[in-house]
Design a protein around this ligand. Sequence first.
Ligand code: COI
Length: 364
Amino acid sequence: MEYDFPITRTTHPRPRPEDESKLGFARYFTDHMFAMEWDEGIGWHDGRVVPNEPILIDPASCVLHYAQMAFEGMKAYRTPSGEIQLFRPDMNVKRLARTNERMCMPSIPGDLYIAAIKAVIKEDADWIPVSPGTALYIRPFIFGDEPSFSVLPAKHYRFLIILSPTGSYYAANDGGLSATRIYVQDEYIRAARGGTGYAKVGGNYGGGMRASKDAMLYDCKDVLWLDAAEHRFVEEIGTSNAFFRIGDEVITAPLDSGTILPGITRDSVIQILKSWGVKVSERRLDIADVLRASVDGSLKEIFASGTAAVISPIGTLNYKGTDYGVADGEVGELAQKLYDTLYGIQTGSVEDSFGWTYKLGIFR
Ligand code: COI
């Protein structure tokens, strides 16, 4: 289906970042956003591109009290030939559908979702950064805004897409890769079986902030979550999935517990590693085995993977106040190669033999 959304252009352009090689993560937002509403009996309606401005919301809105919401994270890149492209947007469509189902929210047809992204990116295409390590971060989100204190699904929803020129989440000041310190969280938990761990919902992250704050006491940038039942098996990192290279095997937590976010970068990393003939296992991994491997030297690498994090090497784990080094504490060879390949495919400088990129067009 063809969509033709009305556009209202801003009369107050936002300040542009002065140096796009020092963007940080989501500190700037572009001039426009996409907005659309859902009503019972009508479905999604009134899709439009409007100035990115504060929105009015009823203080009794369901989302403000019971967190009925879903979000996605994607990026747009400008290739050397000027084309703007997305990375595996079909995967975001599917993941959002699963999250919406879990949160009792209306699904969005894939073609409408992609058309909405295209419409707002077309308007703000000149915000797409091109310095190494940067991209235009896309944050689509849905929330229930029916004014109601009933703990029941709302009858009215809003869908917005906002955009941010950004560097990667854990990037070094120069935008390049640097090894991060991560705190192993053995007190609080992120997700239990039957919960919302596999869904992309704000509550998963809001509930994790206390742990991230504690991690900072140990000079760590984020946490490595352990499983909820035994506080023993590695799950994921605050913002991203986690990979452990021990000996000749690369291990990441399996998705079957329903407690792990099915990362699109996670899936891509698994496929790329397999294409290189690297042994990759989706299996449970005891934190004790990771620490033992650190001590005996078989822990070669740990890295995080995610849309925001891209590939972020971990140089040190802190467990109960003790530092455990990951090899020499520097950026691992596989992490660097994965980053170069993945970011290269995303930005069009490496051939996309997987068919993952989705061209939006050349908008100036
Ligand atoms: C993303 O990687 O897109 C995310 O949504 C992670 C976010 C918590 C920074």
